[in-house]
Design a protein around this ligand. Structure first.
Ligand code: F6R
Length: 243
């Protein structure tokens, strides 16, 4: 694992955007795996800025998102479709037809999981997968549990995830209890992985991810087995590492 230490969130965002930008410049038809949440927002802001300045061209890029809440339509401001549209897609020259997010409104779980897996397969390998880190060690919505899931599945969100994400909802009752998520297998199949982490609140879990045993209890610890992982994290998030 390559660890890039940054001063703060802004520095983390700029450096991770630089890595994504280099990927797209070197390979304009890259398949990017994307994440939502607070961690990548600053990264997306930089990419938007550079795209508008003509430095990055997203016209040939294809994207595949990690996850989506079950039961939220695209026009719900809390849906991940809405997040991606508002925080990235509508500002850049990407073809929306080339962007992909699980369909949270599909009630047939088996059908949606199969559709998403076929779609991921049809894109070929993900060239660069961007990840945030859950406070409980989740990546995508692969919550701590007994097994690593290979492919897309419908997960029951952990109480800590519901609590962490409650900041986006008016009330806890509104938070969906289930989400569709890419499995650990699909994430690990990406050629390169970029994990962005900020803030002292994630220092303990990030230490476990980097230095702890590889265990389903800390799903992101599986990244130790991938041969091209870059972690861009600020001082706070890296403050509990032993080295
Ligand atoms: C989001 C996702 C999640 C988040 C994680 C961290 O698509 O897959 O794993 O990356 O919950 O969220 P933030 O960045 O809001 O702390």
């Amino acid at each position: 694992m390559k660890i890039i230490r940054t001063r703060d969130y802004a520095d983390m965002s700029r450096k991770s955007a630089n890595i994504i930008s280099a990927q797209v410049i070197l390979q304009p038809d890259s398949v990017l795996g994307l994440a939502t949440g607070s961690s990548p927002v600053g990264t997306y802001e930089k990419l938007i800025d550079w795209c508008n300045k003509g430095d990055i061209d997203f016209s040939k890029v294809r994207t595949v998102n990690l996850d989506e809440y079950v039961g939220l339509p695209k026009n719900n401001p809390c849906s991940y479709y809405y997040f991606m549209y508002e925080n990235l897609f509508k500002h850049i020259n990407i073809d929306l037809a080339n962007t992909n997010i699980p369909n949270g409104m599909e009630p047939d779980i088996a059908k949606e999981c199969l559709r998403y897996d076929s779609l991921i397969a049809s894109l070929g390998q993900i060239d660069l997968q961007l990840l945030g880190l859950g406070i409980n060690g989740h990546i995508g919505f692969n919550e701590p549990c007994d097994i690593f899931r290979k492919s897309t599945f419908c997960v029951e969100l952990a109480p800590s995830t519901i609590e962490a994400n409650s900041r986006y909802f008016n009330s806890t009752a509104e938070i969906p209890r289930h989400a569709y998520t890419m499995g650990i297998g699909s994430i690990m199949s990406a050629k390169k992985i970029l994990l962005v982490v900020h803030g002292e609140a994630k220092a303990d879990i990030l230490r476990e991810v980097i230095e702890g045993p590889i265990t389903t209890a800390v799903p992101a610890s599986v990244l130790q087995l991938h041969n091209d992982v870059t972690i861009v994290a600020d001082e706070g998030a890296l403050s509990r590492l032993s080295r």
